[in-house]
Structure formats: structure tokens, C-alpha cells
Design a protein around this ligand. Structure first.
Ligand code: GDP
Ligand code: FE
Ligand code: FE
Ligand code: FE
Length: 194
């Protein structure tokens, strides 16, 4: 896969190398799995495989940064102060997008938005947002009850896969008494509720 759209200033191999150096081996494997799934979903939905590849390769790029770095980035980039009340699960996407912009010279907002939205989704989601959100959930390394059905649904209809994932992640978080990020409820209301 040669990059030709000018979104990342380098080859796929150069981007893969930077990502590999930024995360532990198990997460790097997950990221390559997300890329494979994202490229398949892109083909099925007549979408750019290059954008799918780049967004997938960077989606968890910042996942292993410290809380101190995320908090500094929130302040330096003038992001919403409310983000300071949250933690890694929300920071690695929303704040991670700024780290990707600064360190990887990827300025394309479609790519950055897909990273920002990959954990809890959003009310409005582009095709790329949906591809990364779903690929993250169904990549070949994932094994949880329901992942096979999620893969089957994703092959048929991307919106239905967004809905299935949103519902089942929320059910899981509720069963574990986890705090729910408010936007996750908005995503549920848009993509699941009648
Ligand atoms: P990953 O980065 O590949 O592990 O996947 P995600 O970015 O999709 O999710 C990161 C973590 O955040 C997972 O453990 C999710 O279960 C968790 N998560 C997603 N939404 C919420 C939420 O609303 N509240 C809480 N507490 N955790 C969430
Ligand atoms: Fe993630
Ligand atoms: Fe996810
Ligand atoms: Fe991920």
C-alpha cells in the first residue's frame, strides 16, 4: 500500500515504524489488526483504503502516554478544561489527536476526528469515524462474547455495526459499574435508541 493522498509525509512503512516505537508489542499487534479490518471495511464501503490505513495505524498512538503529558497537552492546546476530569480511556483519543498532529505531522481533520471519536463514537459520524470505531472492536485479536456477531454485522452494514457495538459496550460498562462518559450516552441515543 503506497500512500499517495499527501496526508502523512512518508510511506506506510515509515508510519508503521513510528507507531511500533510508541507502543508495547501487544498494542502494536492490535493496531495492525485494526488496520487490516479498517482496510476491509473501507473496500466494502467504497472508501479510501489509504485514509483507513493511516487512521487505524495512529488511533491508539498516544495510549501509553502519562497522565502528566495528557494534562499538559490539554492546557497547551487549549482543549476543554472538562477533559482534566477524565482519564486515559478518553484522553488517548481526544487528546491523542493533538499529539499525533504535533509528532507525526498528520493535520488532516478527517483522520484526527476518527481518532477523537474512536472510543465513544459521536452523534454525527463520518464513514471514516465508523470504520475506525468498528474496526477497533472487531479486529482479529479481539475475543469477547459477541465479537463474531459483530464481525458478521460489520460485513453487512456499517451503521448496524456501530449500533451493535455502542449498545454492547454500554451494557458491559453498566454491568461493571463503570462511569459513563456523557458523549457515550449521546452516541447511544443516536445509534441505538428508538
Ligand atoms: P482500545 O484503546 O483499543 O483499548 O479501545 P477503546 O479506545 O475503544 O477503549 C478504551 C477503553 O475505554 C476500553 O477499556 C473501553 O471499555 C473504555 N470505555 C469506553 N467508553 C467508556 C465509558 O464511557 N466509560 C468508561 N469508564 N470506560 C469506557
Ligand atoms: Fe483506543
Ligand atoms: Fe473501541
Ligand atoms: Fe484500539
Amino acid at each position: 500500500l503506497e500512500y499517495t493522498e499527501g496526508i502523512f509525509p512518508g510511506t506506510r512503512e515509515e508510519l508503521v515504524k513510528k507507531v511500533k516505537e510508541s507502543v508495547k508489542e501487544s498494542r502494536f499487534k492490535h493496531i495492525l489488526g485494526v488496520e487490516k479490518s479498517a482496510i476491509e471495511l473501507a473496500k466494502q464501503n467504497d472508501y479510501s483504503t489509504e485514509k483507513a490505513s493511516i487512521a487505524a495505524l495512529v488511533h491508539d498512538y498516544a495510549k501509553e502516554r502519562t497522565p502528566e503529558e495528557f494534562k499538559k497537552t490539554i492546557l497547551d492546546e487549549n482543549l476543554s478544561k472538562d477533559l482534566l476530569n477524565w482519564n486515559n480511556f478518553i484522553w488517548h483519543g481526544v487528546v491523542g489527536a493533538e499529539i499525533i498532529k504535533n509528532e507525526l505531522q498528520i493535520k488532516n481533520e478527517e483522520i484526527l476526528n476518527a481518532v477523537r471519536r474512536h472510543t465513544v463514537g459521536d452523534v454525527e459520524m463520518t464513514t471514516l469515524d465508523k470504520i475506525i470505531y468498528v474496526a477497533d472492536y472487531i479486529e482479529e485479536g479481539r475475543s469477547f462474547p459477541g465479537v463474531k456477531l459483530a464481525r458478521t454485522i460489520a460485513k453487512t452494514n456499517l451503521d448496524d455495526a456501530v449500533s451493535y457495538e455502542t449498545k454492547h459496550v454500554l451494557e458491559f460498562l453498566l454491568s461493571q459499574d463503570k462511569v459513563i462518559y456523557p458523549k457515550a450516552i449521546l452516541t447511544y441515543n443516536k445509534w441505538v435508541a428508538e
